[in-house]
Write a protein that binds this ligand. Sequence first.
Ligand SMILES: Nc1nc2c(ncn2[C@@H]2O[C@H](COP(=O)(O)OP(=O)(O)OP(=O)(O)O)[C@@H](O)[C@H]2O)c(=O)[nH]1
Ligand SMILES: [Mg+2]
Ligand SMILES: [Zn+2]
Length: 336
Amino acid sequence: MRRYGKHTDEDDIRSRPNRKGNRPRTHIRPKHEDAVEGMVLTVDRGRLTCLVEDRVVMAMKARELGRKAAVVGDTVAIVGDLTGDKDTLARIVRIEERSSVLRRTADDDDPFERVVVANADQLAIVTALADPEPRPRLIDRCLVAAFDGGLTPLLVLTKADLAAPDGLLALYGDLDIPYVVTSREELESGGAADRVREHLHGRITAFVGHSGVGKTTLVNALVPLDRRRSTGHVNAVTGRGRHTTTSALALPLDDGDGWVVDTPGVRSFGLAHIDPSRVINAFPDLVPGTENCPRACSHDEQDCALDAWVAEGHADPARLYSLRRLLATRDRKEGD
Ligand SMILES: Nc1nc2c(ncn2[C@@H]2O[C@H](COP(=O)(O)OP(=O)(O)OP(=O)(O)O)[C@@H](O)[C@H]2O)c(=O)[nH]1
Ligand SMILES: [Mg+2]
Ligand SMILES: [Zn+2]
């Protein structure tokens, strides 16, 4: 897991011997040698709350960053007033390379893609078993976004006190995705938090799902008391959540061994930006079967070599079916 607060170290660039003996390579010298590293915890209208060492520092983007936006989870280089004192505002001068990106678009036709969270290791896809009703299509879409963005998925099925998880679990059995089922009772006893926590150690986990499924309720059970956020209600008539959470926020786990990122509920998870050829990487057992595929095969087309390969008995047909279902989710509308 990354550590924060180190001085960004680019000495290796500066001290590289200049073999040709011509002009010093000043042009590659980093502009902000005094910058320190921070982690973006939340973003509110251009103001970024960052963790620098053990201080919470408010910062804004330096003009030189241009249109590039820092998001929750980003590692950034910060200069200026880093005391964290009231009314101070530091400047973010660089966004470090991301190890993962969770992206979504508002819908599949929307060319504007937003990065929801950077550097998360795991995507907790939170679905209520009832109230609101589970919508497998959204789960499939989140899985595709996770596989595309380099995050490991974790299924979290909440509200087991209202409905049984069997049907939904059967749908995902062939995908071999780790899952946790929680209920009101287990939230209250602490059992839910304990079982979810087992999957969170040493990782940054982003929680996503529809409004009202219980993301914030769960995150609250995992973080120290003084960090709790407000939770909402589900409308008894429409069965929808109230979009109680309006911004993503990274919070350290109460045992200090990992981070959780609570995010606002989504209505849909647009996949306009997804590269279907990356989704196959989430199915390592099927990858060898793609050797004879046509170039740039989407693996969801007539000439795909996977059908014949699976028919020869090299892999479980259920796995290919699951892959195809995920690939097809991009072409179908949310409510199908
Ligand atoms: N019965 C039952 N209710 C739950 C459970 N978990 C959460 N809830 C309730 O579901 C409602 C919505 O919970 P939130 O945590 O605000 O949901 P959210 O996913 O954060 O919603 P948004 O912030 O709007 O995206 C609250 O009234 C919770 O008390 C559960 O396991 N069982
Ligand atoms: Mg919430
Ligand atoms: Zn193929």
